[in-house]
Design a protein around this ligand. Structure first.
Ligand code: PLP
Length: 287
């Protein structure tokens, strides 16, 4: 396995970063998780746009322009000879001193990791998953925009811990007003009364690329789709609930806080949208 590290390809064992890196010391940096399907990088431009917008928002000097970095991502995938893979692209503020001043970090560290896929076990797509809602809240968008995909994932990690403590594999966090925001690393959709709903970005959800692909697909299929705030009550009483993300794709949720969703099995719309999503990733790659 070859890792891209600041301009060079190095073996996994040799891919090392200083303990003075501010990504390590302070979570000062940004990242993307991207999928390769059948040798094609899914919605690469959207991921790179989001990365560069995140960088701009936190005043991170990117050592490559967007085109150069996109080429390096492609080269790293090719170098590893993988046709179906997960890419992790990380840009940290770089090495500085122990103070948190980012102006003392002269150059960002850029890492690209490409790994074989670690998809959720297949049986979970057949059965759906149980989830809970947790006390940890999504940070307020006016404090740190959820559009910045930063290395500060402590909220999300606490959500994951709370999921483990409740013996389930994933959990939903609410925003500061109690509206449902998103999962630890995925977006949420509910289907009710002929409408597909997902929380808008402004309430504190990352505008996921898989989420946006599902919105496109659902619109193309003639679904009524709306980005609007909803509460736990709406989730509990939905006919279908599912999560979306680069790693998870589309996965059905069959129980939330002990309330059975619909018939307790993945719903027809969820299955249909997953099937169409899987078709779309192949079609987009063939273009
Ligand atoms: N929400 C959070 C907090 C995430 O970290 C992610 C994935 O990285 C998502 C949602 C899903 O976004 P995407 O579909 O772009 O992977």
């Amino acid at each position: 396995q070859w890792i891209f590290l600041n301009g060079e390809f190095v073996r996994k064992e040799d891919a090392k970063i200083s303990v003075y890196d501010h990504g390590f010391l302070y979570g000062d940096g940004i990242f993307e998780g991207i999928r390769v399907y059948n040798g094609n990088i899914f919605r690469m431009k959207e991921h790179m746009d989001r990365l560069y917008e995140s960088g701009k928002s936190i005043l991170l000097n990117m050592p490559y322009n967007q085109e150069e970095l996109s080429d390096l991502v492609i080269k790293t995938v090719e170098k590893n000879g993988l046709r179906d893979a997960y890419i992790r692209l990380v840009v940290s503020r770089g090495v500085g001193d122990l103070g948190l001043d980012p102006y003392k970090c002269p150059s960002a560290n850029v890492v690209i990791i490409v790994e074989p896929l670690a998809i959720f076990p297949k049986h979970l797509y057949d059965t759906g998953i149980d989830i809970v809602t947790v006390p940890t809240r999504r940070n307020r968008p006016d404090v740190l925009s959820p559009k910045v995909k930063s290395l500060n994932y402590l909220n999300n990690i606490l959500v994951k811990i709370e999921a483990h403590l409740a013996n389930v594999s994933e959990a939903l966090m609410l925003n500061d007003q109690g509206y449902v925001a998103e999962g630890s690393a995925d977006n949420v959709f509910i289907y009710k009364n002929g409408k597909l709903l997902t929380p808008p970005g402004y309430i504190g959800a990352l505008e996921g690329i898989t989420r946006n692909a599902i919105i496109d697909i659902a619109n193309e299929l003639g679904y009524k789709v709306s980005e609007e705030p909803f509460t736990r009550h709406d989730v509990y009483t939905a006919e279908e609930v599912f999560l979306t993300g680069t790693a998870a794709e589309v996965i059905a949720v069959v129980k939330v806080d002990g309330r059975v969703i619909g018939d307790g099995v993945p719903g027809e719309h969820t299955n249909y949208l997953l099937e169409k999503f899987r078709r779309k990733v192949i079609e987009e790659g063939e273009k």
